[in-house]
Design a protein around this ligand. Sequence first.
Ligand code: PEP
Ligand code: MN
Length: 385
Amino acid sequence: MTAVSDLVGAAHQPTWPEPEVLRDTIELLRRLPPLVEAQQCARLAGELAAVTRGERVVLQAGDCAELFSESGPEAIRAKTAQLAGLGESLSRTGRAPILIGRMAGQYAKPRSHRAEIGADDAEVPVYLGDAVNDLAPTAAGRRPDPRRLLLAYAHAARALQTLAAGPAVYTSHEALLLEYEHALRRTDPVRDEVFASSAHMVWIGERTRAPGGPHIGFADGITNPVGVKIGPEADPAEILAVVERLAWNRPPGRVSLIVRMGADRIGERLPPIVRALGEHAANVVWLSDPMHGNTVRSAQGLKTRVLRRLTDEVEQFCAVLHRHGRHPGGLHLEITPDEVSECVDESADLSTGPDHARYRSACDPRLNPGQAGALVERFTDVLTT
Ligand code: PEP
Ligand code: MN
């Protein structure tokens, strides 16, 4: 059971309008079968341990915000095919890639603004992900609906059906909505331990990773591999506290630190963290998320990212880790198999791009196939030279 105290102080939780519907929805979720099996989570944990030894490499990637309408076989096959293709490029490192989708459950978003201008120039609440409200920018669409948590389960289950028939891709998402995540905890029948059955791996976002907070508390209570995002303001002592708590008494690879500091700051901010972690730094999986510290506005006001800046951050990430004798473990990216124009290649492109007509992301700008391929190639080159 989730005690109310487990959720006290949880940041970025929706204000659900119908408490009795929320309660009934959570009750239903508690009784549903696990979305993923404990055994598969344990297998991923074993593979991530090999990343800490420099034997394997990770590609964790997918949409910023997945849509329910894209949980069908065609969309999921296109995404897994993209991951598999990028994985082939990573194979050149001599380390077998571990493919983890931001997929089959990436339905909830923390947002820095509460409201925006929607249809008819009226102010509407922001989109919080399909698990909470609708992308349609109307007052009705943006009203949080607790029934959507059940739809999130159903769409994740649907996506997982296709994944089961595809190349080996694990699932992951940000464990943001604590009521949902708590309701999907299950007991591993073999090990008699509690695991999150919503995905093989979950991560805790930059905004919710306070060491004593309820999100890290949730992560502490499950055996799955867990990620923790770390931004440019991360305090080394705080990250040490998080890692000590989550990695205590667990095998190497249990914690992935997903570094998202921005090309301007990573060179200064990452080294003190690597040093503060001491020997823990050898047992965590170091992933580079070059997306979230490099978001800018185009001249037309679109939220975008410049591929060259992303490549710059990835290169610096690898250089810092190599200097400290640690293994760069892989990439965490926002990508799509669609030929979108959401990120631009060069800073000079910001005056004209991205192209509004091909900007389709429900949230943050994603790399299109060519851009994703170029970034992964560059990472592969750095690891092979
Ligand atoms: C994200 O991964 O989409 C995200 C919100 O990241 P962060 O928590 O690093 O800001
Ligand atoms: Mn994002």
